[in-house]
Write a new protein. Structure first.
Length: 469
């Protein structure tokens, strides 16, 4: 999968700068912001003549490519821009003809993400690296890694090894499956691999709900209904130790602290809660979560990181300068409005249509259709209207893996829909063209085939039969 720039470019270029007519569009995903091609073809004998020039006036991640008769010039202000120019050149080279001309490009959003849930089902280093390779090709730059939930704790914490040896037991398909998790050496290897591809890895430890794997390890902190007990001050000592280890392990700027789908029933029945609420001036059981989120966010901030939380936490009073809100609840547009009105930096990630665990075709039988009676089709993703607000920092596709047990099914659910997300995250709104995207996607089907990625084929449902979940 990891092709060098030279070998990739050398694979698909015709000779001579002739006056051949230019086919519609530039065969690159995501589509660049500007491309002025001459209609002449590039001579592959000159393919090694790539000159890299630092251009300080270009924005971060931006680049300019000049494809001339005898050489290529790449301009960028940073390493990321240079890297993205290389991804564009690779795709240009894979087409039958590579044209001379000038491409100017820069991302629409700073956050171009994909979330992988490995609590429900564990996939391992090789699968994660394959995902990172494909993310890099399409200029995605954030891997949100969901490493804890009810079904398993998947990251080694040296201070509490039982989090993995006990909390890591089981998965969604088999609650008694042997413990599977990433050692800290594994994490460092993957984080470094991602960094080489200009991808930042963001760990998520989901609290205070979705906490069964945690409370399996620490039953003294359980509060029922898959929640932890925010009234126990010892809990915060443990969480601070965990967060500090994560902050050292993940050099990026962010730690995701979850905060979604919290049931208050266990808290209502817990003997410690009334006294805790009176002591801390907490008016309602729902406000207990707000208290907890502020405490956990402060712990994250103490490590120098920025906390990210699902939009369920809006109204908790978390510092907007130290918090990013991750809006997922498509059925709560008011939550997005409130988030933006309050000035929080916001990631747009609505379950309708950016959740890739939902099936992509109504004919599929194994996905989340039974849960939501709907599908998330690629044209809906591509055509989704994004909020036009300065606080929106980007978009993200999410893959929850309750019904994704194998790498084959993972590929089937993710591709090519993630490619559509990538274009939507990078390409300016005025340059988005779904019909043209589908034409350019033809090259990507060939590329996925070359890597033996098992994807859903929108052209013919029967080409790749749906794998079992």
């Amino acid at each position: 999968m990891r092709l060098t720039l030279i070998s990739a470019i050398a694979s698909g270029i015709l000779s001579l700068c002739t006056g051949a007519s230019l086919s519609a569009g530039v065969p690159v995903i995501p589509a660049p912001q500007s491309a002025e091609m001459t209609g002449k073809t590039f001579n592959k004998k000159n393919i090694e003549r790539v000159k890299y020039v630092e251009e300080k006036n270009l924005p971060a991640e931006a680049y300019e490519i000049q494809i001339k008769k005898n050489r290529i010039v790449v301009k960028s202000s940073d390493d990321a821009g240079r890297f993205y120019a290389q991804q564009t050149l690779k795709q240009l080279a894979e087409a039958d003809v590579m044209y001379c001309g000038v491409i100017k490009d820069a991302p629409r959003y700073e956050w171009r993400g994909f979330m992988l849930d490995e609590s429900r089902h564990f996939f391992g280093k090789d699968q994660v690296k394959e995902i990172l390779d494909l993310m890099a090709r399409y200029k995605l730059n954030k891997l949100h890694w969901h490493l804890s939930d009810d079904q398993g704790w998947r990251v080694e914490i040296k201070a509490y090894p039982e989090l993995c040896t006990v909390g890591g037991i089981g998965c969604y398909s088999d609650p008694n499956a042997p413990a599977r998790y990433y050692t800290q050496d594994d994490i460092r290897e993957i984080v470094a691999y991602a960094a080489e591809r200009h991808i930042e890895v963001i760990p998520e430890i989901d609290m205070p709900g979705h906490a069964t794997a945690f409370t399996k390890t620490f039953p003294e902190f359980a509060a029922g209904n898959r929640t932890i007990n925010p009234a126990d001050e010892n809990l915060y000592t443990v969480l601070e130790t965990i967060i500090k280890e994560l902050a050292d392990l993940f050099p990026g700027r962010y730690i995701h602290i979850g905060g979604d789908e919290v049931s208050t029933q266990g808290w209502r029945e817990h003997p410690d809660m009334k006294a805790f609420m009176e002591k801390n001036g907490i008016a309602s059981y729902n406000d207990i979560q707000k208290y907890f989120e502020r405490r956990l966010s402060d712990i994250v901030s103490g490590t120098g990181k920025v906390a990210i939380a699902w939009d369920d936490v809006i109204g908790s009073g978390m510092d907007k300068d130290r918090t990013i809100i991750h809006w997922w609840r498509a059925d709560h547009p008011d939550s997005l409005e409130k988030t933006l009105e309050n000035g929080y930096r916001t990631i747009i990630s609505p379950w309708d249509p950016f959740y890739l665990d939902y099936i992509q075709d109504i004919r599929c039988k194994e996905g989340h259709l039974a849960w939501e009676q709907r599908s998330n089709e690629m044209n809906e993703i591509y055509g989704y209207k994004l909020a036009d607000d300065q606080h929106v920092i980007g978009i993200q596709a999410n893959l929850w893996t309750e019904r994704v047990r194998t790498g084959e099914r993972l590929g089937y659910m993710v591709f090519p829909r993630l490619i559509a997300i990538a274009e939507k995250a990078w390409t300016s709104q005025e340059n988005l063209d779904y019909d043209d995207f589908l034409k350019r996607l033809e090259n990507e089907y060939k590329y996925l085939d070359s890597l033996n990625v098992y994807y859903y084929d929108f052209r013919d449902f029967d080409t790749h039969p749906e794998p079992k979940r």
